[in-house]
Design a protein around this ligand. Structure first.
Ligand code: BGC
Length: 712
């Protein structure tokens, strides 16, 4: 008999339900309620996993209670949100998406897994794969941005990065793809709100990244808090069973979100905790995160016949299989013997963080090539509430990163320019009223050759429970910025934020603006590298950047409509008080190099189902700076049985080019990837005419185009 069968036949009902119960430690708070870990419950087998616990000795102690002092000695799953690093913090996910580099995404996840594992953690609640098209929603910061193709690449890279090829390795932890469904589609960007999403949009936009994570072997899935058309995801059997288990063949563990099963009462879909617990279990949620609903509700549900013992057994089996795959039965304390983290390893991890950070920076504007700054600059004024800030550099999920050194913007610039006179004035607080120090800022700025404005959001202004209706600069920062812009000196603005910020006046008036998001432990150093030209920026926006909050939700992959958007045409899909185009399109991001595209050739003007589309294009670096070009490949299906988007991303290639050099890129796509969700909601490829667009962003005017035909 296998270990798992033997355990299942030895376990009492209470012990089985215990395996489905996750409680929180007091180490960190990531949600409401006070269901906490306690020694007695671990000994009694009433707890199967613990959330927010880390640190070798604390984990060892908890595992010892489970393994040595509980009747069946089943180890605990130790879980924590290792989202963009554990000790070494990397850029927030939205920022890291700007690098458009699966190798980088995988490498940072691997280091995060190593550090987490050294701290006894066995499972992370990442990658977060929610498509974010509405910057009012604070959690846009945690995700891959607006595009399903990009999200799928991230899903794959992160899952492989966290999990490696062997979950039992001490270098790896289990990954959880979240928040299954369409969390990013919450109404009006308001956190936890309902989503109304058609089945086609679900299949085409919201689910592909989960399919990619499953294909890459992701160990767990977390359903979202919200409901889709009235069905809270926690009990959404059609999606959790029909899509996840049946269509996508997911065999791993489903973990509820924090307290989500108890919150079914607030949704108004369960009368009491017994009903809530039985609906969630029946829908396929294996583990109850911190709501105590399974512990309290499942025994009663079983006695009333609302659920069967087979349903409980199936969930317990999945949990035990995961513990076995993680090697926890042999080695419950994966942090023993303690890993030796040498200075060299620490240095390597910090270097990776700096590398990821500088590749995540997006140069939004750069008038007259003001950047990079000359390295012999003598007098700099650093103005703004984020100049000396450290925590906001880490972003929304900084885990144990708070215990490690964090480089602020002023740290980075001071280290990079040791002989420059750098004066620092915050001027205003991030969100407060105080304008008192604007005069002081003005006086300081007047003495400088260049003003660097460090403005934006703090870490709590994006992330969970941080939706905003006004996505401009908080507090009095606009007044501060305008005071600086009216001095007649060069102004470079660094925007720290977890979302695109609406500030058309800033983009128009500042000499250069960089999106520096929350870049992690090495933020300051990375920013200095880019500002001083020691690194040539190449980050590209994974989201369309709005000019006005009223444009949300905004994304490049629109359907054409019967009256397509046309500037100056009244009866067209436009606004009468603002252009419909974004401030910066998806894919936008300048470089100190200038690249141009030429000679696009479609080598396969006629393709069949089993063929590959083949494209060739040449990229030229027209500048005196070596740099990395990012080339996007979009398609358009011109006539189909369902209206298809004007552009759909199908591939990205990066190419490093020396100054003045030109190279050809060959790109190909299996014809099968031209499929879409047809009228009957099944995937179809239809014969007909297509266009292939190649460019450095989704800006229509910058794209070059060729045609091809699909024959069946
Ligand atoms: C969040 C999840 C997170 C969980 C555990 C919830 O509030 O929605 O993303 O993994 O807390 O911290």
């Amino acid at each position: 008999m296998s270990r798992i069968d033997a355990l299942l036949s030895a376990m009492t009902i209470e012990e089985k339900i215990g395996q489905l119960n996750m409680v929180a430690s007091t180490r960190a708070v990531t949600g409401p309620g006070d269901i906490r870990e306690d020694d007695g419950s671990i000994r009694a087998g009433r707890i199967g996993s613990v959330l927010n616990l880390w640190g070798a000795s604390d984990v060892r102690r908890a595992q010892r209670l489970a393994v040595k002092e509980s009747r069946l000695g089943i180890p605990l799953l130790i879980c924590h949100d290792v989202i963009h690093g554990h000790r070494t913090i990397f850029p927030v996910p939205l920022a890291e998406a700007c690098a458009f580099d699966p190798h980088l995404w995988e490498k940072t996840a691997r280091v995060a897994a190593q550090e987490a594992s050294e701290d006894g953690i066995t499972l992370t609640f990442a990658p977060m794969l929610d498509i974010g098209r509405d910057p009012r929603w604070g959690r846009i910061v945690e995700g891959p941005g607006e595009d399903p193709w990009v999200a799928s690449q991230i899903a794959r890279a992160k899952t492989i990065g966290y999990q490696g090829s062997d979950l039992a390795s001490r270098q790896c932890i289990a990954a959880t793809a979240k928040h299954f469904g369409a969390y990013g589609a919450v109404t009006a960007g308001r956190e936890y709100a309902s989503a109304e999403v058609s089945e086609r949009t679900l299949r085409e936009i919201y689910l592909p990244a989960f399919a990619a994570a499953i294909e890459a072997g992701v160990a767990a899935i977390m359903p979202a808090f919200n409901d889709i058309a009235g069905m809270p995801m926690t009990i959404n059997a059609a999606l959790l069973q029909g899509e996840l288990r049946e269509r996508l063949s997911f065999e791993g563990v489903v973990i509820s979100d924090y307290n989500a099963i108890a919150e079914l009462l607030n949704h108004g879909v369960a009368r009491d905790i017994v009903e809530a617990a039985s609906l969630a279990l029946k829908a396929g949620v294996d583990i109850d995160m911190t709501s105590n609903a399974y512990l309290e509700g499942l025994p009663v549900a079983l006695s009333r016949g609302l659920i069967s013992i087979e349903e409980i057994n199936a969930s317990v089996r999945r949990v035990l299989i995961l513990k076995e795959r993680l090697g926890l039965f042999e080695n419950p304390d994966r942090s023993a013997p303690p890993a030796v983290v040498t200075d060299a390893t620490r240095h390597e991890r910090r270097s990776l963080s700096r590398e990821a950070a500088r590749r995540s920076i997006v140069l939004l504007t750069n008038k007259d090539g003001i950047l990079p700054l000359l390295n012999d600059i003598q007098r700099l004024a650093l103005i703004g509430p984020l100049v000396d800030a450290r925590e906001p550099m880490l972003g929304s999920w900084a885990s144990a990163g708070h215990e490690e050194p964090i480089l602020s913007i002023s740290d980075g610039l001071r280290q990079a320019l040791p002989t420059c006179h750098i004066n620092v004035v915050s001027g205003v607080t991030i969100d407060g009223e105080g304008r008192k120090a604007i005069d002081e800022a003005r006086a300081c700025a007047q003495k400088a050759q260049v003003i660097i404005l460090c403005i934006g959001e703090n870490a709590e202004m994006s992330g969970e429970a941080a939706s905003r209706v006004d996505i401009g600069l908080p507090g009095e920062q606009q007044a501060l910025a305008q005071a600086m812009l009216s001095l007649g000196k060069p102004v470079i603005a660094l925007l720290t934020s977890g979302r695109p910020l609406v500030a058309p006046w800033l983009f128009e008036r500042a000499d250069a603006v960089l999106a520096t998001w929350s870049l992690g432990s090495e933020a300051g150093a990375a920013i200095a590298d880019v500002v001083l030209g020691r690194f040539n920026p190449g980050g590209k926006l994974p989201v369309s950047w709005p000019r006005h909050v009223g444009q949300a939700p905004l994304y490049y992959s629109q359907r054409p409509t019967g009256r397509p958007t046309q500037v100056g045409v009244h009866y067209s899909s436009c606004y009468i008080d603002s252009p419909a185009t974004p401030q910066f399109p998806f894919g936008h991001g300048l470089s100190y190099s200038v690249f141009t595209l030429h000679d696009l050739v479609c080598k396969t003007p006629l393709i069949k189902l089993n063929d590959r589309l083949q494209i060739c294009v040449s990229v030229r670096n027209e500048s005196a700076e070596a740099g990395e070009a990012t080339i996007f490949f979009f398609i358009r299906d011109l006539v189909a049985s369902v209206a298809r988007p004007v552009l759909e991303l199908k591939g990205v290639q990066k190419l490093y080019l020396e100054a003045g050099k030109c190279e050809n890129i060959v790109w190909s796509l299996p014809a099968r990837e031209l499929a879409f969700v047809g009228q009957n909601l099944e995937s179809v490829i239809e014969a007909g005419d297509f266009q292939i667009f190649v460019g450095q962003s989704a800006a229509p005017e910058s794209l070059i185009v060729e045609c091809f035909k699909v024959i069946l």
